[in-house]
Write a protein that binds this ligand. Structure first.
Ligand code: NAP
Length: 316
């Protein structure tokens, strides 16, 4: 079957580690099923994998991809929850493409309990954008950030998949949303969604209750300074660097909560799908590529010049 494979790791030139070619059909252990992939989406996770981060050489070659929607063996349209219980991993779980072949293939095997019914009104492409970036943003805002208790949210680096999701979800939840982006054009698009867009490091008109942080070192000090007393700074990534400096005086004096976050639960992904249907909310898709152009999709994601998700349509 056709698949996108990390054959080597290249920390400096991740795209050089990418192979689009043939891979063996997936094995389906007891309790697992094979899904025919209709659409997938890329995440920065795929770029980290090509760099060898979280994907050591002894697990190569590995089919990439965490996110997909497709059709199960009974003909049901499904969304795949990408977190697999994994006692061999120190976290107790792994994401598809870390220890088990990923979703960027014509077929992918997953535990049956990882299948979630795809609502009819949500397209395969839209559904395929939700399982990692949107679920992460949803979990960061709700379970970790307790956004219900607050009224203002700051999202750093707002062009990315997680960040655009956080902006759209926080707006749908009725919050005042501030978002930074390095790019004036992206700031215009954030403003068009209904958020207040500012340049990185800019002073906000108010302190916020929840900060959604996926950029890391370049924005972390700003995240701390923008936080209201008792605010939650929720960190899911460090795209721009992981060695941030923390002013501990601000942490204790403002009684801030600094929270790490990964993905979300299967139940949360189902709740996110329900929310999308109820609020007529759909993921922001930067661009869609046919499978034959998947290498271009990776190059586009790696360029950082994106606003929302990069999707892959397996039917074209
Ligand atoms: N913990 C988890 O479960 C989890 C889940 C999903 C993602 N993540 C992590 O979260 C991060 C974002 O993921 P993603 O898929 O949303 O990535 P993405 O779509 O590639 O977005 C990255 C965004 O970060 C901003 N950025 C990148 N480098 C920056 C820099 N040097 N300075 C300032 N901003 C910078 C950019 O925003 P602007 O261009 O607008 O400034 C860019 O659009 C990644 O590190 C990923 O590994 C973690």
């Amino acid at each position: 079957m056709r698949a996108v494979i990390a054959t080597v790791a290249d920390p400096e030139q991740p795209l050089a580690a990418l192979t689009v070619g043939e891979a063996p059909e997936p094995a389906t252990p007891d309790g697992w099923v094979t899904v025919e992939v209709r659409a997938a989406s890329l995440n920065h996770h795929d770029i980290w994998s090509l760099r060898g981060v979280g994907l050591p050489a002894d697990r190569l070659p590995m089919i990439l991809g965490c996110d997909a929607a497709g059709v199960d063996p009974d003909g049901n349209e499904v969304v795949i929850y990408p977190v697999v219980e994994d006692k061999g991993d120190p976290r107790g779980y792994s994401l598809l493409s870390e220890r088990h072949p990923g979703t960027l293939a014509e077929r992918v095997a997953v535990p049956r309990e990882n299948l979630i019914p795809k609502p009819a009104g949500v397209s395969f492409l839209e559904a395929a954008c939700l399982p990692t970036a949107w679920l992460t943003a949803f979990h960061m805002l709700t379970t970790r950030g307790r956004v219900d208790e607050g009224s203002a949210v700051l999202v750093q680096g707002a062009g990315g998949g997680v960040a655009t999701a956080a902006v759209a979800l926080a707006l749908a939840m009725g919050k005042r949303v501030y978002a930074t982006s390095r790019d004036p054009a992206k700031r215009e698009r954030i403003a068009a969604l209904g958020a207040t867009a500012v340049a990185p490091g800019a002073r906000l008109p108010e302190r916020v209750d929840v900060v959604i942080e996926s950029v890391g070192a370049p924005t972390f000090d700003h995240s701390m300074k923008c936080a209201a007393p008792g605010a939650r700074i929720v960190v899911c990534g460090a795209t721009g660097g992981h060695q941030a400096t923390i002013d501990l005086r601000r942490l204790f004096a403002m009684r801030l909560e600094l929270l790490g976050s990964t993905m979300g639960s299967r139940r949360e992904l189902a709740a996110l799908l329900d929310l999308c249907v109820a609020k007529d909310l759909r993921p922001i898709i930067d661009s869609t590529y046919g499978f034959t152009a998947v290498a271009d999709a990776f190059a586009h994601l790696a360029s950082g010049d994106i606003f929302g998700k990069v999707a892959v349509d397996f039917l074209h």
